[in-house]
Design a protein around this ligand. Structure first.
Ligand code: PEP
Ligand code: MG
Length: 887
């Protein structure tokens, strides 16, 4: 049987192709640190393969696996000269999960495993610290009782709280050895009462129970939610790391901490982290005690008195500092490290690539190129394109007068406002009703993950920069202010109090995750600019990519924003969106409801100057770049009046009774408007509409040219074509109109006429269509809709079921499906057969999705087009797909 359990020191890890897939991220890094000669407590990793076997064998550990565990345990015993379950010199273990990618707080951990009524006495004797031994034992019963035996934690907490009340003390640290002895008995009784089973005294049973529990936690609800949010496949499974315990809670020469090699919030090259003297790891992450800073600099800049580790443990700090430098050089990336100090001896418990804000990710990548740690290509590959979204997030408008009611830690940048909610379910409920919320919690736990996702921001009263709230919010790109000790939360009354304010559930607050401010009311925000490190990284990306990036835009404002974000033209100008303006909609309604050609012409005449003006502005902003203008596409009834008032308004303009308007509305009603009278079908039925639009385009171009204003290069696009004849007729219409306008103005204009490919027939018959089209733009929204036969307007109601049942791994309207992709490939191939130089692009929503962009790059498209805020995302994704092609 293949070795499925590997000691950290095992040489076999070298032979494994993808150590992280087999050993999980934590296991692979522990073994790597061991090989680098760093102080890692001995242990072994039970691989992800075992997790798969566990589920295959009805959630049981097989005999052979148990044998391998026993064998590896012997090696550890030898290494540390202790014995598991020994009554004199017992080995204690930690059992931790470790998936391929880190899932902070999502799965279970058990510490102090191997303690029982006998070994606890041995530990007490050996350390001459009875209080420590008993405290460790009760923590173990509590953790094990909860994680493995399913006894809710609060039962234990209540016992402690009640005991403290009777004893008249406030803090856990006020309890002595005898107190813990009594509580240990009570804990064991609670376990028996609640689970029906005795707390196991056999240490090997403890170990197998813990390993199984970690595997089971892979399928816990919170882990499932996290996987769904982060697109982590459930087949991956988790590994389990079994490691000899080191103690940070044996006295004041002990400590435990979490440290980043650079600042995860702003990316500056300073060690950033927190530690707690005389504590175990969970205390730092859980946020139950407020941790102290690692460096003196960080402590001073926070204006805090509690000594930093640099000051309180200078020797250990120096050693840690050296190790951090070594780790960064080795991994060539910012590391997030967990350590423990046991009686002044430093132990490294974990290293991993540190989660960071988008801002710091960009800064770190650019800095590391400057430091010659990584290449420009590597820097470009380091940044998750989707994460740029948060960099483009708005910040508070500093000109606004604000009422800061509290301050906390700037845990995750960005500013957001919303109604205060104190409960994750409520955040989710209001989000479903399109209401913005700020989730306010004393501290968050993994159970809050859905609420954190649904809320626009998170505010906690406790916990540091590495608390659950901070880490998870940064990963999600949600603004977060953590550890605001200035707020006092009362869940029962659904209020929080600050020094001089009481804020109720439903009141609106704003949080600024970049500064840590909590503000009463809604504060306006300003849009960010691309500059500094961000623009440097983007310029590197641009130098590597071949795919052009355009934008979908039809307003001057969006067009300007997109150009500032680096758009290289417009790939889709949806002209119907130009009609929604209040002033124009009436003329549009007049046009639609006209019964005769003459009446329609009158209405169109009113619309023409508006369209022309819009085009002029857009052509000016995109000067020198291509602009694809799509002629009218949507079903006409979208513009119809609905209310009595609207019907009355149209009736008076067209001089008809309201009743007649209502009849006309009924006539225009369609059962399936998406498959009805829309796209070029409108141009076939009402050529005068398309003529007016073309006239507006060419008149705008002529006027710019006459005034010697540099314009964009026009590409006229016909929507929803499925046959050769449709494009042929519509192209003739465009060319004739263009000719007329050019002759009238005595100006010559160059332009292209092309089509959208958004129907399966068009894709399959692309060769015929390419006889007339000078470009294809893939409308993958409609192409997805018509390929699947799934309505893009109604899919939201059932897509979740499809994802939950693994029919779709992702919404095909978000990321391109491979069947739809095949149609794109056919169209590219067929189109090129007819016209080798045909211009190819995509303008469906997929044009801004990194995975789909990779597909477009491979399929040989010339450009992608996306909404203005996705432009930088697309630029980066296009560069990454090009770099990866060559690797
Ligand atoms: C498309 O169908 O992909 C497209 C871009 O057009 P629209 O979304 O306007 O239908
Ligand atoms: Mg479409």
């Amino acid at each position: 049987m293949k070795k499925l359990i590997l000691n950290f020191k095992s040489k076999e890890t070298k032979k494994i192709k993808n150590p992280k897939n087999f050993l999980g991220g934590k296991g692979a890094n522990l073994s790597e640190m061991g090989k680098m000669g760093l102080p890692v407590p001995p242990g072994f990793t039970i691989s992800t393969e075992v997790c798969k076997l566990f589920y295959k064998e009805k959630k049981r550990l097989g005999k052979k696996i148990i044998e391998q565990i026993k064998k590896e345990l012997k090696v550890v015993e030898k290494d540390v000269s202790k014995k598991f379950g020994d009554n004199k010199n017992p080995l204690l273990l930690s059992v931790r999960s470790g998936a391929r990618v880190s899932m902070p707080g999502m799965m279970d951990t058990i510490l102090n495993l191997g303690l029982n009524d006998k070994t606890v006495e041995a530990l007490s004797k050996k350390t001459s610290n009875g209080r420590f031994a008993k405290d460790s034992y009760r923590r173990f019963i509590q953790m094990y009782g909860n994680v493995v035996m399913g006894v809710e934690s609060y039962h234990f907490e209540e016992l402690i709280e009640n005991y403290k009340l009777t004893k008249g003390v406030l803090l856990d640290t006020d309890l002595d050895e005898n107190d813990w002895d009594g509580l240990i008995d009570d804990f064991k009784k609670t376990v028996k009462e609640k689970s029906g089973k005795d707390f196991p005294q056999d240490v090997f049973d403890q170990l197998l129970g813990a390993v199984s529990a970690v595997f089971l936690s892979w399928e816990s609800n919170r882990a499932k939610v996290y996987r769904k949010l982060n697109q982590i496949p459930s087949e991956w499974g988790t590994a389990v790391n079994v490691q000899s315990m080191v103690f940070g809670n044996m006295g004041n020469d002990c400590a435990t901490g979490v440290v980043f090699t650079r600042n995860p919030s702003d990316g500056s090259n300073d060690i950033y982290g927190e530690y707690l003297i005389n504590a175990q790891g969970e205390d730092v992450v859980a946020g139950t005690r407020t941790p102290q800073y690692i460096t003196k600099k960080a402590r001073k800049s926070a204006g805090v008195d509690a000594l930093s580790m640099e000051e309180s443990m200078p020797k250990v700090y120096k050693e840690l500092d050296k190790i951090l430098t070594k780790l960064e050089k080795h991994y060539k990336d910012m590391q997030d490290v967990e350590f423990t100090v046991e009686n002044q001896k430093l132990w490294m418990l974990q290293t991993r690539s540190g989660k960071r804000t988008s801002k710091s990710a960009v800064k770190i990548a650019v800095d590391m190129v400057k430091e010659k740690l990584i290449s420009k290509k590597e820097a470009v590959l380091r940044i998750d394109p989707n994460s740029l979204d948060t960099l483009l997030h708005p910040t508070l408008d500093e000109k606004t007068k604000i009422n800061v009611i509290a301050n906390g830690l700037p845990a995750s940048p960005g500013a957001s406002s919303g109604k205060v909610v104190f409960d994750s379910d409520e955040a989710e409920r209001l989000n479903d009703m399109m209401q913005d919320t700020i989730l306010v919690r004393v501290e968050t736990s993994p159970e809050d993950i859905h609420g954190m996702h649904a809320a626009k921001g998170i505010l906690t009263a406790r916990g540091g920069m590495t608390s659950h709230a901070a880490v998870v919010a940064r990963g999600m790109g949600r603004p977060c202010v953590s550890g605001s000790s200035e707020i006092e939360i009362n869940y029962d009354e659904k209020i929080f109090k600050t020094a001089d304010q009481t804020v109720k559930e439903g009141d609106v607050i704003t949080i600024d995750g970049s500064t840590g401010r909590v503000i009463l009311g809604n504060v306006p925000t300003v849009q960010p600019e691309i500059s500094g490190d961000f623009s440097k990284l983007m310029s590197w990306a641009d130098s590597f990519r071949k795919l052009k990036v355009r934008t979908n835009s039809e307003t001057p404002l969006d067009t300007k924003t997109a150009r500032e974000f680096g758009a290289e033209g417009i790939g889709l100008c949806r002209t119907e969106h130009m009609f929604f303006d209040e002033e124009r909609i009436l003329s549009v309604r007049e046009m639609i409801l006209s019964k005769t050609k003459e009446d329609r012409a009158k209405a169109l005449d009113k619309l023409l100057p508006h369209q022309k003006k819009d085009f002029m502005e857009i052509f000016k902003i995109m000067s020198g770049l291509p602009v694809t203008v799509r002629l009218l596409d949507p079903p006409l009834h979208e513009f119809l009046p609905r209310t009595e008032k609207e019907i009355g308004e149209v009736a008076s303009v067209v001089n008809l009774p309201a009743k007649e308007i209502e009849n006309r509305i009924n006539e225009l009603h369609e059962q399936n408007p998406m498959l009805g009278h829309r796209g070029c079908r409108l141009g076939i039925s009402f050529p005068e509409i398309y003529e007016m639009q073309c006239r507006a385009i060419f008149e705008a171009l002529c006027e710019l040219k006459k005034n010697k204003i540099k314009s964009a290069f026009p590409e006229i696009m016909i929507p929803l074509v499925s046959t050769e004849m449709e494009i042929r007729l519509m192209k003739e219409l465009v060319i004739n109109t263009a000719k007329n306008v050019q002759n009238e103005n005595k100006v010559k204009i160059d332009f292209l006429v092309g089509t959208m490919i958004e129907l399966p027939r068009a894709a399959i018959k692309a060769r015929d269509i390419a006889k007339h089209a000078e470009f294809f733009s893939f409308g993958t929204n409609d192409l997805t809709q018509t390929t699947f036969g799934i309505s893009r307007d109604d899919s939201g109601k059932f897509l979740n079921d499809y994802i939950e049942n693994k029919i779709f791994s992702i919404d095909p309207f978000v990321s391109i499906d491979d069947g739809v992709g095949d149609l794109v490939k056919i169209a590219v191939e067929q189109g090129k057969k007819e016209n080798k130089t045909i211009k190819l692009g995509i303008c469906g929503e997929h044009g801004g999705d990194p995975k789909s962009i990779e597909f477009c790059s491979k399929a040989g498209l010339n450009y992608v087009s996306c909404s203005p805020y996705r432009v930088p995302v697309a630029r980066l994704a296009a560069a990454q797909s090009e770099i990866q092609k060559k690797n």
